[in-house]
Design a protein around this ligand. Structure first.
Ligand code: 5AD
Ligand code: SF4
Length: 390
């Protein structure tokens, strides 16, 4: 992709015209902004300091950042929005993440596992409704030995044209390889936070090192890898958020889920404040600039704190939405955080139709295919230059 020089200069001029921040901080900052944008548009790269600056209050012209991300999304990912249907097949979890309603210590939650046949029939219905990817998600539930999941994956892959994403937590390299061999296309394992000390506080029985190791195991098993983080965790600094983005870049992820932290009343963090829409959108926009060809969902968590946030996320670099297609009688039990009612209804077609309307109102379309990653394989990352026309 060649850079359209005039258009880039137009963009810089346009950027500079947002005088509010610039007036406050003088010429140095003007130069900084130019440099920052220049490097990210030409090299898809930002330093940690630059990221911290763009996330900080000192850089208040967030509109320009979101607009830049929207343009980059349009150039590299097009106007189509991919739908991924999530089947939350077990809410059992052996972990105790301090933010999550599914934590083992939450004994007030009724636990369920969906029978294999019901998982398959749910996926099959979703294919009929037009979904081309299902995401099988659960807590960390060792009831599902590797073979069991592999068997379910094989049955799902027998459905026509369906991509399968697994999201079942940390497992051994062998298990990941088995699932890939069974036909699973993608694996979603959020790193949650890239600050090892904060990670330890939030996950008493886990370590950041192991999380990172698992992500590299997934790479070695040849999955399309999704990771991501929460925004606004208690004790999370701007530096930690910058590290989150730099880790996503290092992993060269095919997908990055970035959503706000939402307090769940039956967890130790129940009275902490939620993450903000504003900071989440800035993180999403920066992820788009750093990873122009990654899939970036408008997360369910974002829709929970602001019903219009799906729209905003799709206009700040997002190109994926993930409606929950779990059979209705289990839905309220998969309560990682208090639920949103955005695009949720008893009718399995409702989520898709409702999101379809949001997507159409933005002049975008629903993608037809499975939406595999357009990126070159891991390790063969190349810089893509941004053309700033239109
Ligand atoms: N707020 C926001 N996201 C949460 N998750 C778990 N608990 C919360 C919460 N309270 C997210 C984590 C995890 C996924 C299953 O849900 O990012 O990876
Ligand atoms: Fe379990 Fe995942 Fe919730 Fe942690 S975040 S308690 S691993 S479901």
């Amino acid at each position: 992709m060649l850079l359209h020089v005039e258009a880039v200069f137009y963009f810089f001029r346009h950027w500079e015209s947002g005088e509010s921040t610039i007036e406050k901080r003088g010429d140095d900052l003007k130069r900084d902004i130019k440099q920052i944008l220049h490097s990210v548009m030409l090299e898809n790269k930002l330093s940690k300091e630059e990221i911290i600056f763009l996330l900080s209050d000192g850089f208040s012209d967030k509109r320009e950042l979101l607009t830049a991300a929207d343009r980059v999304r349009k150039q590299f990912m097009g106007n189509a929005v991919h739908l991924r249907g999530i089947i939350e097949f077990s809410n059992y979890c052996e972990r105790n993440c301090r933010y999550c309603g599914l934590r083992a210590a939450n004994r007030q939650l009724k636990r369920y596992r969906i029978e294999e046949d019901e998982i398959i029939s749910t996926a099959s219905e979703s294919v009929a409704l037009g979904y081309r990817t299902v995401v099988l998600q659960s807590g960390e539930d060792s009831f599902y030995e590797a073979d069991k999941i592999a068997f379910i994956v094989k049955r799902l892959k027998a459905l026509p044209g369906l991509a399968v994403t697994l999201s079942c937590g940390e497992r051994s390299a062998e298990e990941y390889r088995l699932w890939r061999k069974a036909g699973a296309d993608r694996y979603l394992l959020k790193h949650e936070t890239a600050d090892p000390a904060l990670y330890k506080q939030l996950h008493p029985d886990m370590t950041f090192d192991n999380r990172r190791r698992c992500l590299y195991r997934l790479r070695e098993a040849d999955f399309q890898v999704g990771s991501g983080c929460m925004v606004g965790l208690p004790g999370q600094t701007l530096e930690a958020l910058a590290d989150d983005l730099l880790l996503l870049k290092e992993l060269d992820v095919e997908m990055a889920g970035i959503g706000p932290f939402i307090p769940h009343p039956r967890t130790p963090l129940g009275s902490a404040p939620a993450g903000t829409v504003e900071m989440t959108l800035k993180m999403l926009a920066l992820a788009r600039l750093l990873l122009p060809q990654a899939h970036l969902p408008a997360t369910t968590a974002l829709g929970t704190i602001d019903p219009s946030a799906h729209r905003k996320a799709l206009q700040a670099g997002g190109n994926v939405v993930m409606p929950v297609i779990t059979p209705q009688r289990y839905r309220n039990l998969y309560e990682i955080y208090p639920h949103s009612t955005t695009c949720q209804d008893d009718n399995p077609d409702y989520g898709r139709r409702c999101m379809g309307k949001v997507i159409a109102s933005l002049g975008r379309t629903v993608a037809e295919g499975p939406g595999h990653s357009p990126k070159p394989p891991f390790g063969r990352m190349r810089v893509v230059r941004v053309k700033m026309e239109g």
